[in-house]
Design a protein. Structure first.
Lengths: 449, 449
């Protein structure tokens, strides 16, 4: 005890503190002291309560304190389409159900849908998310109001956008957002070209340049489906990862979502260029995109993080459910129960998530000096006893609903499952209203055909 | 309105009643009237409250009333081993972690562990389960005390059992249980030989005879792993399903768990003999057993139900999580997003579950005259709005934790997530105590080697 941090705003404590993804790092009756937006200390509850006697105490006798989960790929505003159409061939789903409604999208729909997804994310343990959709300014507004940490991108592609119209306007919008949020403590603007099959090489190059100049995370969908690969080969003579490589766009700032269909050579390229991968297993299963070669990527040293993808293709944004699927799917694909063990999976959802966003010095583990992004689970649940191993429970047995408190950047955003920075009832009620509008739009689009 | 049922004990109602697995069958502002153990009527809330004015009303304005889920294969008492060892090769897991502890199993451990699993099952929407483990009398005692519907078997195999000792004692125990529970309204005793690789043909034949004479459900693990198939071929010259066929044991009373490794001919055999299949997808993934050919079995007309398998290999007994995995896995295996649609999956977890247990005239849907086994979900959750399609939400978005009320056989066993027939805090506390004993047993077994 060096006496340096004799002040703290909160001491959050529980039966266990798990500051990392490793069971061996747990502290029984452990605590986190929070001052301002950051972690002032971690240690035993006894030690921290003695050291910071005036801090407000949030103690859960049956609680587990751990880092908040990091959702590295989603389309949070797509909650307005959750469950509107499932179990369909991809093109039927997109062309008959998703696109017609998206054409009529407006700012208010994006704002309300994002609020709802943020409510779901906080209530299921996510404290940071990386988003890519339309009307990004509205996504940022919802994130700012609710105090969640977010990396937010306006999707860019070759055709006109319901959000910004012509592509030049899109780039202008991204530049404005970058400038508007440059000093924001929680929100980072990303540059987010949609994919190699919807973006011409010139668009991709221009986006990469903007990302580099703006110091932004660069996000793209990559090698998601067989048809994307076929299209890319047909147009450019090479597969998607090779295509980006030829354009000189593979680099450590790039976060590539999906990466399902990869050759050995493409995996090596991702590894050598330090591209980060956001693995969206439930979306890949539900849309029958395929099983990404995640154990092989990890073996090659690629930083693999986890994303839920959007609530229209998952159909949730629950990272606990996602972890459970990630850990199980790769075992049966490899016919080897030792791959994607619980600690590896938990690391993907926390530390690797931070690294994928370029924020591993700020979030992803609970360490003195890092931002105070943490969650508390209630271990007094029939499905969480007995307790032999924390990562095992977090990956195989815990549910988003077990999270009772959430703190982001030192601010308590959920206490006893009650959201403090967001009116949940209002978000639900407004989405119910909005859904009747969505159905009307889809009907009119159908009738117009 | 025929006036026949002018009496009811309860009217359970909500924003929606979904009496089957079909979205088209939903009733807005629907209700179920319950008299004694059975459903007296279903219809609109207005109609039923007028018809049964004196019934106690349980109305959830944001509720969904639906049939309870049916877990057709589990080992409920294995909760004491939940998470004790994961991510290991099957034989390491069994021989170093599971078997040494099971050798020291006693009646109290089984009773307490079953109580805990029943708490978890009720809290995640299950109202019936089919169990196979040791000390079946203790499983039945826990089920009887808590009022859950159960099919319970004592596992039989060639070696001595920690429960009954010699095989003859095992058969005697099963006969006694059958006789003791013959008149029980909720508990049925099954005959449960473990598998073709742990049971000699004479044991299997003797078990089948007992099942036939006792009018019991006949339950077996079948074709779960490649090694089971190899062992069977080596010993008997044929694969597991063919082996049972030669012995004349494939028939409509047989409920076969897993059925992962099947040839086309074996699938046809299961279909023609009307064997029922309990599909345990999460266990099959986690233990890397393989992906069962479920869409093909359904195509051939086999009744496929769903089971969680035991909490040591899953690691939960949550049927909502299981449905989500079932619907997603087969899409990516087939690379076809239209297989295992939400309604088919929900049917497997409800009506097919009832049929697999020979109880489709009693449970599996909400119909007048059937037993009142129903659950109510709270739809006022961020992940359940908007709501375009009920089966989609139940399979892809809902969680066990969304279930707020549960009624089994006309008895309210959970209200507002509070268990009424079971002391949850006691079950959790006693399991925590038990877990230290389990660790001690495992340590001693390790030291003795």
């Amino acid at each position: 005890m060096d006496g340096k941090h004799d002040q703290a705003d909160y001491i959050v404590s529980g039966r266990y503190l798990l500051p990392t993804w490793r069971h061996a790092d747990r502290i029984e009756d452990g605590a986190v002291a929070v001052l301002g937006d950051a972690i002032a200390a971690i240690g035993s509850r006894a030690e921290l309560t003695a050291r910071f006697p005036e801090a407000e105490r949030l103690h859960e006798p049956a609680g587990l304190v751990m880092p908040g989960l990091i959702n590295t790929h989603t389309h949070a505003p797509m909650s307005y389409l959750r469950g509107i159409a499932d179990d369909l061939p991809l093109m039927t789903w997109l062309q008959e159900h998703i696109f017609p409604v998206e054409q009529q999208l407006d700012a208010e729909m994006v704002y309300l849908s994002t609020l709802l997804s943020i409510a779901e994310m906080i209530k299921s343990g996510t404290t940071s998310f990386c988003d890519m959709y339309l009307f990004a300014g509205e996504v940022a507004r919802a994130a700012d109001e609710t105090g969640i940490r977010a990396w937010i991108g306006e999707v860019l592609y070759d055709f006109d956008s319901p959000s910004y119209g012509k592509l030049d306007n899109g780039f202008a919008m991204v530049r404005e957002l970058v400038s508007a949020y440059r000093q924001h403590p929680l929100i980072s603007i990303t540059v987010a070209p949609h994919s190699v099959y919807t973006c011409a090489p010139t668009l991709l190059e221009r986006a990469a340049e903007l990302a580099a100049n703006g110091g932004c995370l660069h996000v793209v969908h990559l090698a998601e489906t067989e048809s994307e690969v076929a299209t890319c080969v047909e147009r450019y003579g090479v597969r998607p990862v090779q295509h980006l490589h030829r354009l000189g766009l593979l680099e450590s700032r790039l976060l590539a979502a999906h990466c399902v269909h990869l050759t050995e050579e493409e995996m090596d390229l991702l590894a050598s260029t330090q591209v980060k991968v956001s693995h969206c297993v439930e979306s890949n299963m539900k849309l029958a995109s395929g099983a990404a070669p995640i154990p092989a990527l990890i073996q090659k040293g690629v930083c693999v993080a986890i994303g839920t993808d959007g609530p229209a293709s998952n159909n949730d944004v629950d990272m606990f459910a996602e972890m459970s699927s990630v850990a199980k799917v790769h075992k049966v694909v490899a016919m080897d129960p030792t791959v994607m063990d619980a600690e590896t999976t938990l690391k993907c959802a926390t530390f690797n998530g931070a690294m994928a966003l370029g924020a591993e010095s700020e979030i992803g583990t609970l360490e003195t000096g890092k931002k105070a992004d943490l969650i508390v689970l209630d271990l007094d649940q029939p499905h969480l006893v007995p307790l032999y191993n924390l990562p095992s429970h977090l990956v195989y047995a815990a549910r988003g609903g077990d999270v009772i408190h959430s703190m982001i950047n030192g601010r308590l955003v959920m206490k006893q499952r009650h959201l403090l920075s967001l009116d949940e009832d209002m978000a639900i009620a407004r989405m119910r209203e909005l859904s009747t509008k969505v159905l009307r739009i889809r009907e009119q689009a159908g009738a117009a055909k």
